[in-house]
Design a binder for this molecule. Structure first.
Ligand code: GAL
Length: 661
């Protein structure tokens, strides 16, 4: 799992994007060759949605057009990230195999006309996907242009059809062993759901009221495994004919149909697609959130930004443009957090089709445009950063991130709609980012002792083993902050009895929660230290811990809201409400100060980011990004690789990459 081979082949960081020449003609290809050279592109992702051209009729492949493009790119000095086209089956496929079409949870069968119209569990689809991957690998496995394989595109679709039901039963049988065990795990004694034969068991299709939460959790686990198996099918077909690294582009941060930790173990290089969901400084924080997750999914190794938009910021019901300079700054943001390059969707903005308004490296206006000039500037900037390739990012703080907890928190019937897994994760990361601290994500069952501070903002589901792992972490000297409604269910999504959270964690925290009290919308609780909480409160009984702040009103008045417990060599903190952002930041700063964790570059103003990349041989680079509109002096001058000169300050929106002595 490393970019080593790729960057050696490219001679530095990767730069380029999805290239779909099949949408254009020869005159445009010739211009593409020239513009790619001018921009410094060295990697093009080819063929992502080209199934209909590659296999015009079932089992008959036409490689002529692809041969020509790969040869042309190669002659132009551009390496290829060759994709399997399986995210968009052609119309002939869906007509020939209607049983392989996806069915939504309400029973609606979807048809072709968009993309992603397949069911991952349908044998006809899986067979066809493997066949086209194999055909590509046999033909291009040793092609000199091919530097990497790109399987599929963003495994993110779901299906509830009969093939899925059959596969789900097989998966459940393997997990639970017997129908009795399944009944027990799913708590089917409630609402007369007891199953007496396997064929009664279904995926969680549209039903009358709440789904059984254990059933939906198992379905999420199953689906992620199914998607991973579909990836592994293609990967192994490719590996039989090619020694180039294989990946699939993961989608972060919002889509949560996959256990990205599991994918991180199976890809040769973690690659992600990232489109910021807010403008300005928030986009930079979101970039860091995506990058830190990508790095963590790959176990800390360098990863690759496979897609971003040159001029795309998704903001609810509209797509905002990027400000001048953001193409470079967002890209360097990804590099700062460990990406060995920056690629885009897509090279040339489509003139027709569903994504014709999506930004690209060459916009509709052509090369004489701000966008293309900024793209070219980025290409030359990345060209000067080749020495960073393969270096890594180090963190002393981790935020716990667990797919089971996320999926479980999506279940029906939770006591408050304000229990938001992703929101809690983002808030924790953002508080650390605002404090200038580089953050890893970790799983609750990971070895955590290398972290001085661990935040657990949303650990709804906690297995016995993970609870014990967290207890051990604190006992061994770690500082752990656990937040409300954590550790309240076990791995089967059964409530913890006798008080929350799970017993080993109660010991580490020195508390016992005997009642949760969700707050009304807009309702606020005031704590004794003057801070405010919303959404949630709890009755916390002290069992060794001290109350750092108490509730000041209502039924919980005088009760502990924030606690600290000296346990073994470490400290367990518990926060039983959702603090306002500013109060939460104060708490996080206090924990950072208490554990001696600081920013890579202290005393930077708000909105200026600094991250260090470390090479194995001891070389280091400090990437400093000014997301503000002010001139920011550097604490110490340094040699900036971007300008090959000594930098003393950052202009508004500016970036430097300093080679550290
Ligand atoms: C990505 C996808 C691309 C394109 C892009 C638009 O998620 O992989 O094919 O659709 O979004 O933002």
């Amino acid at each position: 799992m490393t970019t080593r081979r790729l960057v050696r082949r490219l001679g530095g960081l990767a730069f380029g994007g999805d290239y779909n020449p099949e949408q254009w003609d020869k005159a445009v290809w010739e211009e593409d060759d020239e513009l790619m050279r001018r921009a410094g592109v060295n990697l093009a992702t080819v063929g992502v949605f080209s199934w209909a051209l590659l296999e015009p009729t079932e089992g008959h492949f036409d490689f002529g057009w692809l041969d020509a493009h790969l040869d042309r790119l190669h002659a132009n000095g551009i390496a290829v990230d060759l994709a399997t086209p399986t995210a968009s089956p052609p119309p002939w496929f869906t007509l020939a195999h209607p049983d392989a079409l996806p069915v939504s949870s309400d029973g609606t069968k979807l048809v072709h006309g968009s993309r992603d119209t397949y069911c991952l569990a349908a044998p006809a689809y899986r067979g066809a996907a493997r066949r086209v991957a194999l055909a590509l690998a046999e033909r291009y496995g040793d092609h000199p242009a091919v530097a990497m394989w790109h399987v599929h595109n963003e495994y993110m679709t779901l299906c509830w059809c009969d093939h899925v039901a059959a596969s789900f039963r097989v998966w459940l049988h393997a997990r639970h062993g017997s129908l009795d065990a399944l009944n027990e795990a799913w708590g089917t004694a409630f609402w007369s759901q007891h199953y007496t034969s396997w064929d009664q068991v279904l995926p969680p299709r549209a039903t009358q009221w709440h789904h059984n939460p254990a059933q939906t959790l198992d379905f999420s686990r199953f689906w992620s495994d199914e998607a991973l198996a579909a990836y592994v099918d293609q990967r192994d077909a490719i590996r039989a004919h090619s020694d180039r690294p294989v990946t699939t582009n993961l989608m972060v941060p919002g889509y949560q149909n996959l256990d990205l930790w599991a994918f991180g173990r199976e890809v040769d290089v973690v690659t992600i697609d990232h489109y910021p969901i807010a403008p300005g400084v928030d986009a930079a924080a979101d970039t860091a959130f995506g990058g830190d997750r990508a790095r963590s999914f790959g176990g800390g190794r360098p990863w690759l930004l496979m897609e971003q938009g040159t001029n795309t910021v998704y903001a609810g019901d509209r797509v905002l443009a990027k400000e001048p300079g953001e193409i470079l700054r967002h890209s360097l943001g990804h590099v700062a957090h460990g990406s060995d390059g920056a690629l885009f969707f897509q090279w040339r903005q489509s003139r027709a089709g569903a994504e014709m308004w999506h930004s690209a490296m060459v916009p509709h206006a052509g090369a004489d445009s701000r966008i293309f000039r900024e793209v070219t500037a980025l290409g030359s900037a990345l060209g000067r950063l080749g020495e960073l390739a393969g270096s890594t990012v180090r963190a002393e703080v981790a935020v716990l991130h667990d797919s089971d907890s996320w999926w479980a928190m999506n279940s029906d019937g939770l006591p408050s709609a304000e229990l938001d897994y992703l929101g809690a994760l983002r808030r924790a990361h953002r508080a650390l980012w605002d404090a200038g601290v580089t953050t890893d994500f970790a799983r609750p069952d990971d070895e955590l002792s290398r972290y001085r501070l661990v935040l657990a903002p949303a650990l709804f589901l906690l297995s016995d083993a993970s609870a014990e792992n967290l207890r051990r972490y604190v006992a061994g000297g770690g500082t752990l902050l656990v937040q409300h409604f954590s550790g309240v269910v076990d791995a089967r999504l059964h409530a913890r009895l006798g008080g929350y959270p799970a017993a080993p964690l109660r010991a580490a925290l020195g508390i016992r929660v005997d009642e949760y009290r969700p707050l009304g919308r807009g309702e606020q609780v005031v704590l004794s230290d003057g801070s405010h909480g919303t959404a949630w409160s709890e009755s916390v009984r002290l069992d060794g811990a001290e109350a750092v702040a108490t509730y000041t009103g209502g039924m919980l008045a005088g009760g502990a809201a924030l606690t600290r417990h000296r346990f073994g060599d470490g400290h367990g903190w518990y926060l039983s409400t959702r603090l306002d952002d500013a109060n939460y930041a104060v708490l996080v700063d206090r924990l950072l100060a208490g554990t001696g964790v600081g920013p890579d570059l202290p005393d930077l103003p708000f909105g200026v980011e600094a991250v260090t990349r470390h090479a194995q041989d001891g070389r280091r680079w400090l990437i400093v990004l000014n997301h503000t509109a002010d001139v920011v002096p550097l604490p110490a001058p340094g040699h900036d690789l971007l300008t090959d000169a000594t930098a003393h300050e950052l202009p508004p929106g500016g970036c430097v990459v300093l080679r550290l002595p």
